[in-house]
Design a protein around this ligand. Structure first.
Ligand code: CP3
Length: 361
């Protein structure tokens, strides 16, 4: 029933070319002749052509240059022939754009000058007016939609993962400040989650209304939580984002790392597809989500970085375990279990694509 609903929405709202693409078909649970494939972080430091045009400013500066961001997004599609493109931006772009005081430090990741500490800091999280606050993202999306022959994936950071940066002030292993807030001031925690859900919604709505054909919510660090904490403190806000995106009629992917115990809960937020990291075999993941939910993943990104030798058997294993349910529902989108590592030789990923393209059902 859910499956049917998504199909109908697709046909009404999406250009026919995108609705018919192998990527969108797999997202909506339709049978495909082979799994579609794209790679998280496919645009970026592993590509020599990226390093050649990237320049020296911070990544936020590159994102703010639509011509550059457009070229960077297109590079992996041109080199690999991936079945989807993902916008070159960052999960911190919206909070940066509304002036929260976020920067991205080379080699470190997102850093926040004045981390979120108290109720007064909620005022620093006003809604995003995408056209006014991130006109460069809007322009990049429009450029891409007119140039791409494959669907563009919109994305946003999930409230929990973005909150973890705002609270910790930098990447963290323990999430002590984040967990302290959720367990000591629930009211403030939920207000923060709600503001960040609205930011994600505003950002995704703008990307989709300008032509992106699918949406991925990155809750990269959700795996730091127990299932009960995830369910109580995180699931409601991510569900709110997913519900808002459902109204826009594009398929939704819900991704996190280290989420073996959370996959069922993440599926319950409403996505058509759940991303799986390499720690959970796809056939095991299948048993943890409803039949109609598709899976995305899950080659260990360290393997392509190690060379084709270790990669080839692992790709075959992912393909075998990713095959749909006997009933044919719940598709598979081939991806890595997390992003491409910068030290990866792109030629290995070219061979991964070749192997998947030669797959027969
Ligand atoms: O090759 C590259 O990684 C180059 C560019 C780059 C991005 N973000 C692009 C990006 C860099 C250096 C960053 C900084 C950044 N932002 C880091 C440090 C990464 C590092 O290795 O130095 C981190 C951890 C962030 C925060 C962030 N951004 C997260 C948690 C995510 C979600 C995906 C994930 O890796 O878990 C992003 C999204 C992101 N950053 C994308 C891009 C192009 C979009 C998603 C994608 O391409 O798959």
């Amino acid at each position: 029933m859910g499956e049917l609903r998504v199909r109908m929405i697709d046909l009404h709202r999406m250009t026919q070319a995108h609705a018919d693409s192998i990527f969108i078909r797999a997202c909506t649970g339709l049978a495909t002749e082979r799994p579609p494939v794209w790679f998280m972080r496919q645009a970026g430091r592993s590509l020599p052509e990226y390093r050649a045009i990237r320049g020296t400013g911070t990544i936020l500066r590159a994102i703010a240059d639509p011509d550059l961001a457009t070229k960077i997004t297109l590079q992996p599609v041109q080199r690999y022939g991936t079945d989807a493109a993902i916008l070159y931006s960052d999960i911190m772009t919206p909070v940066h754009a509304i002036g929260f005081g976020v920067d991205i430090a080379p080699g470190i990741g997102p850093v926040v000058e004045h981390p979120f500490r108290s109720r007064a800091d909620l005022q620093r999280l006003r809604p995003l007016d995408a056209e006014a606050d991130t006109p460069y993202v809007v322009e990049t999306v429009r450029n891409l939609v007119s140039e791409l022959s494959v669907p563009l994936i919109a994305f946003a950071g999930a409230p929990f993962t973005v909150a973890s940066y705002l609270l910790e002030g930098k990447p963290s292993r323990t999430y002590v400040k984040t967990k302290a807030l959720m367990h000591t001031d629930e009211a403030l925690w939920f207000d923060l989650m709600d503001s960040l859900a609205d930011l994600a919604i505003d950002s995704l709505r703008s990307q989709i209304s300008n032509g992106a054909a699918a949406a991925q919510l990155f809750d990269s660090w959700a795996g730091a939580l127990s299932p009960s904490d995830y369910e109580k403190f995180v699931l409601p806000s991510s569900t709110k984002v997913m519900a808002a995106v459902a109204e826009l009629g594009v398929p939704r992917i819900h991704f996190g790392v280290n989420t073996a115990e959370l996959l069922g809960l993440m599926a319950s937020a409403g996505a058509e597809v759940v991303g799986v990291d390499w720690r959970t075999p796809l056939d095991a993941a299948r048993t943890r989500v409803p039949e109609s939910v598709g899976l995305q993943g899950n080659l260990d990104p360290a393997l392509p970085a190690a060379g084709w030798g270790p990669t080839e058997p692992a790709v075959r294993d992912v393909l075998a375990r990713g095959k749909g349910n006997p009933g044919g529902r719940g598709g598979h989108i081939f991806n890595l279990g997390h992003g491409v590592l910068p030290e990866t030789n792109p030629e290995v990923l070219e061979r991964v694509i070749e192997l998947i393209h030669s797959t027969t059902p």
